[in-house]
Design a protein around this ligand. Structure first.
Ligand code: ME8
Length: 505
């Protein structure tokens, strides 16, 4: 089975911030989970390098767009190992192989009769690179996202006949109620379509930093057409000498923030229909990470608003796994939610360090002290079995709907169950009584097996910690089918681990 997941490609007009890390980690969690299922996975991320958002910043900084793109693409690339993301390829839209594929596909759209030349007259946000419709303009002709004045544009463009796709898109939404998730975003996209679709600019004549329109080289493609196609073009050149399109297209999931819903849920399927390319299976739209300031006020984190929480700083203090865990624990994937250094610190200490880290170190220490470092070779405690019944299936079902936070919550309920189990059984008391040796065996074996089970399931969220802990347990298999309580035998040797989530310096 093939599984193909993508993130948006990020603009190279500034350095990455936690919002970008968030989407990318979300996609990584799904990619890792599907690898655990034994599927063939392809995970794509990258940078969007053309168009006005990049050209304007380059001009202001007195460098060429390519120089700016090279510098900032490198920052996005550097972020990936830091957040421990397992992407299979990183696409840059300035790559000549991408440009060539864009031209091929768009030529097909043109040849199929879906374009015409006309005059665009209206409002444009240079930061969104978006021609705003009437309903998308805030007071005083400003951008509701960036809060900047919109530009009045009047230029000759090539147009894409988006209006002719109104009916096909309505049919798509009727036939595939899970094309866009969550439902609120599906409804929002459908409302936009039902509101009536107007043709959109497909090219820009004023801008030169972009992919040349092959049938009219005085124009470059409007950046969104070039950018959206990355999901498709990348497969043709991501692996040297191999075209992965047949294996992985259509994409299983596009993951993105709600700010770019219209482009993905309306323009993108219409473009693919126009080019005769199959549509992606699902689009998963998440909310905004908001910064909670001292007064409790929440605002969207963004480059232009300048209130950015630096993911590098956060990771330096708490570690990569802590960042990954926190983002998906604190903010329910799909909704907007506030993040702050305060709640970050609390979850780190109470949940990661105490509930999980200490549980693991105590268990390993007790197996060392009471059983010479060998997990007793006995059956797991039947009393715990119902608590773990179907857990892996539940997690898989939730992740099939990108319920990343809910899945984590189900796993964490079991982490808490194991903490209660330690308190109930008090192995340190059992160890004092030779007559309770069997009970102690069952307790230690169940704890080791319970920790192993939750850790296999936690691997997509905290891959570094999971690897350390599974190695200490002598059970490194990550396959999802092993995430069943009692699936692995006892009798193996364990080693001790240093604190998994130490107190930050
Ligand atoms: O829109 N909270 O690029 P971009 C959550 N190049 N996610 C956030 C976020 C926040 N505060 N801020 C950013 C573009 N993101 C285009 C995309 S795709 C073909 C082209 C994430 O650099 C979120 O995924 O502005 C959002 O959709 C994306 O970054 C926008 O990144």
């Amino acid at each position: 089975m093939a599984f193909y997941v993508t993130t948006p490609i990020y603009y190279v007009n500034a350095a990455p911030h936690l919002g970008h890390a968030y989407t990318t980690i979300g996609a990584d969690i799904l990619a890792r989970h599907h690898r655990q299922r034994g599927e063939e996975v392809f995970f794509l991320t990258g940078t969007d390098e053309h168009g006005e958002p990049v050209a304007k910043v380059a001009e202001a900084e007195g460098v060429s767009p390519k120089e700016l793109a090279d510098r900032n693409a490198q920052r996005f690339l550097d972020l990936l190992p830091r957040i421990n993301v397992s992407n299979d390829f990183f696409i840059r839209t300035s790559d000549p192989r991408h440009k060539q594929r864009v031209q091929e596909v768009m030529q097909r759209v043109h040849d199929n009769g879906h374009t015409y030349k006309g005059i665009y007259e209206g409002w444009y946000c240079p930061k969104c690179a978006d021609f705003k419709t009437e309903g998308e303009i805030a007071e005083g002709n400003t951008c509701p996202i960036h809060r900047i004045p919109l530009d009045r544009e009047h230029e000759e463009n090539w147009f894409f006949r988006l209006s002719t796709f109104e009916q096909p898109l309505k049919e798509l939404y009727a036939q595939r109620p899970d094309f866009v998730a969550p439902k609120t975003r599906y409804n929002e996209a459908l409302a936009f379509i039902n509101g009536g679709l107007q043709d959109v600019s497909l090219s820009r004549a004023k801008i030169t930093w972009g992919v040349e329109v092959p049938w009219d080289p005085a124009h470059v493609f409007y950046v969104w057409f070039d950018a959206l196609l990355n999901y498709y073009t990348a497969l043709s050149f991501a692996r040297d000498g191999e075209d992965l399109t047949d294996t992985f297209w259509p994409a299983s999931y596009h993951i993105l923030g709600k700010d770019i819903l219209k482009f993905h849920a309306v323009f993108w399927p219409a473009m693919l229909l126009a080019a005769g390319i199959p549509l992606p299976e699902r689009e998963l739209i998440h909310g905004y990470l908001l910064m909670r300031d001292a007064s409790g006020e929440e605002t969207k984190m963004s480059k232009s608003l300048g209130n950015v929480l630096d993911p590098f700083e956060v990771m330096d203090t708490f570690g990569t796994d802590a960042l990954r865990y926190y983002c998906f624990r604190e903010v329910s994937f799909g909704n907007d939610g506030g993040v702050s250094t305060t709640t970050f610190g609390e979850r780190y200490e109470f949940e990661l360090a105490n509930e999980y880290g200490n549980l693991a170190s105590r268990t390993l220490a007790m197996i060392g002290r009471y059983r010479g470092g060998t997990v007793p070779d006995v059956d797991v405690d039947a009393a715990l079995r119902p608590d773990f019944e179907r857990l892996a299936d539940e997690v898989a079902e939730l992740l099939d709907h990108a319920e990343i936070t809910q899945a984590l919550d189900r796993i964490w309920q079991r982490v808490r169950r194991l903490n209660r189990y330690v308190e109930e059984r008090a192995p340190w008391q059992l160890a004092k009584d030779d007559g309770k040796a069997d009970e102690l065996d069952v307790t230690l074996r169940s704890l080791a097996e319970g920790i192993r089970t939750v850790t296999v399931l936690l691997h997509p969220y905290v891959p570094e910690t999971a690897a350390k802990l599974l190695a200490a347990l002598g059970q490194e298999d990550l396959a999802l089918e092993t995430a069943a309580f009692g699936a692995r035998p006892g009798g193996g040797a364990v080693t001790q681990v240093p604190p998994l989530f130490p107190k930050p310096q």
